[in-house]
Design a protein around this ligand. Structure first.
Ligand code: GLU
Length: 473
């Protein structure tokens, strides 16, 4: 089995292309085949090296390693020209000298007269003399494929039998007047030359497949098998686009998603293992994946579910596995500096352990965990209203005294100190717990208070309580 992903570098790697890449990769890994990467950059004006780099980085980040390539179509133009010439010589293609303006005029006329338009084969019927004249004028010429009569049928691996009457296919251009191949032509030449056995791609290419099969046949080649994946829609059921939120793979990296979670989520977007399991490792996906179980119905991209899944992956990972990812986000928020990486390692591992149940993304560690690193946070005003009460200052002074004497500053000792004081004062422990949490973290929620204080450490806790004493009622 040889499969491929063939992105055009005219934009970032879209989540839909990532899913197509993933399904091809899973098939290659499952069947011990080869996963080929080909960059379809014949649209020179819209392609750029920057986008190529982004595509490679996106695939690497997702862990979809390729076995061959990247091949670049822009470096293979001579090959396409050779095959186009061959079709020309064999009378399976012909030169077209019509200018875009002429075509537009004839198309508009057809529409005015209520006729369906497809290329009218004007140039197929030119006499040798007319052709010579146009050539002498230096008229640019494209090469069109001569669509034979009949119909084309193929058995789509996802949708089943698909057929197309050739009357509905115009003599399409295979080589443009600037000498560049069109998508439909280059893709056939490449898929053949690269020995691709299964073409798995998006549904948006279904209408191209009959044209491609015609080219295979004209060149005397056996077409590969085709499978078209249903589209990915937004929650409003229109095609997934920027309007629905992030669609570029690297945006998910920026937003703190784990590649394993995104891969797992994308795998289920149009495929299921046949039971209710949702959390599946890469190894399980490779083992279970099959094209037969790909749904032929469009899939809906559910951001909440992806977020949930990412949270599940964060919970499943060890602190060590999360360390580098979390570190990057802490750094981006300027909560840590590279030179402190080793010195703060244990503190951060403990922080991850305390926080990972509540973080849905790596970014959450930096936003929800700000107070683990900095004193300059505000207290949640809602929390102040709820948990500060007259006489609190006096109680906090007493608690401070106890904390100063608490040695070592461990979870058990902190709990004992706080509960002991509450008992002596004849109040409920939570009358101290809530305000201390607010003073030490600015928030009304978070990890268990005693674990939190122990982790923040005696010095920080004392400093924070002292700082707030003057403002307490
Ligand atoms: N360059 C095409 C795309 O990005 C590839 C389609 C195909 O896989 O044949 O849509």
């Amino acid at each position: 089995m040889r499969v491929r992903i063939a992105p055009s570098p005219t934009g970032y790697l879209h989540i839909g292309t990532a899913r197509t890449a993933l399904y091809n990769w899973l098939l290659a890994r499952k069947h011990k085949g080869t996963f080929v990467l080909r960059i379809e950059d014949t649209d020179v004006e819209r392609s750029s090296q920057e986008m190529v780099d982004v595509i490679l980085e996106s695939l690497k980040w997702l862990g979809l390693d390729w076995d061959e390539g990247p091949y670049f179509q822009s470096r293979r133009v001579e090959i396409y020209r050779r095959y186009a010439e061959r079709l020309l010589k064999e009378g399976k293609a012909y030169c077209c000298y019509c200018t875009p303006e002429e075509l537009k005029e004839r198309r508009e006329q057809a529409i005015r007269e209520g006729r369906a338009w497809k290329y009218d084969r004007k140039c197929l019927y030119l006499s040798e003399e007319e052709k010579r004249k146009l050539e002498k004028e230096g008229r640019p010429r494209a090469i069109r494929f001569l669509v034979p009569p009949g119909k084309t049928e193929f058995n789509d691996l996802v949708h089943g039998k698909i057929e197309k009457n050739h009357e509905d296919i115009e003599d399409f251009v295979i080589l443009k007047s600037d000498g560049m191949p069109t998508y439909n032509f280059a893709v056939v030449v490449d898929d053949h030359e690269m020995g691709i056995t299964h073409v798995i791609r998006g549904d948006d290419h279904i209408s191209n497949t009959p044209k491609q099969i015609l080219i295979y046949r004209a060149l005397g080649w056996e077409p590969p098998l085709f499978g078209h994946l249903p589209l990915i829609l937004g929650e409003d059921r229109s095609k997934l686009s920027k309007r629905h939120g992030a669609v570029a793979v690297l945006q998910y990296k920026e937003d703190g998603f784990l590649p394993d979670a995104l891969v797992n989520y994308l795998a289920l977007l149009g495929w299921s293992p046949g039971d209710n399991r949702e959390i599946l490792s890469r190894e399980e996906l490779i083992e279970l994946f099959s094209i037969e179980r790909v749904s032929d119905r469009n899939a809906i991209f559910d951001r909440r579910k992806l977020l949930w899944m990412n949270g599940e992956y964060i919970k499943m990972k060890s602190e060590d596995e999360l360390f580098n990812g979390v570190w990057e986000f802490l750094k981006k928020e300027e909560l840590v500096k590279d030179e402190e990486k080793e010195e703060k390692r244990d503190y951060i591992l403990g922080f991850i352990k305390l926080m990972k149940e509540r973080c849905k993304t790596l970014k959450d560690f930096a936003t929800l965990g700000y107070y683990f690193f900095r004193d300059d946070f505000e207290l949640d005003p809602e929390g102040i209203r709820k948990h500060f009460y007259p006489g609190l200052k006096e109680r906090m002074e007493k608690l401070l005294e106890r904390f100063e004497k608490t040695e070592p500053f461990t979870v058990e000792n902190i709990e004992q100190a706080l509960r002991g004081l509450a008992e002596e004062l004849g109040i409920k422990a939570k009358e101290l717990i809530h305000p201390v949490r607010l003073i030490c973290s600015g928030m009304t929620f978070g990890p268990g208070l005693f674990e939190l204080l122990a982790h923040l450490g005696k010095e920080r806790v004392i400093r924070r309580i002292k700082k707030r004493l003057p403002e307490l009622p």
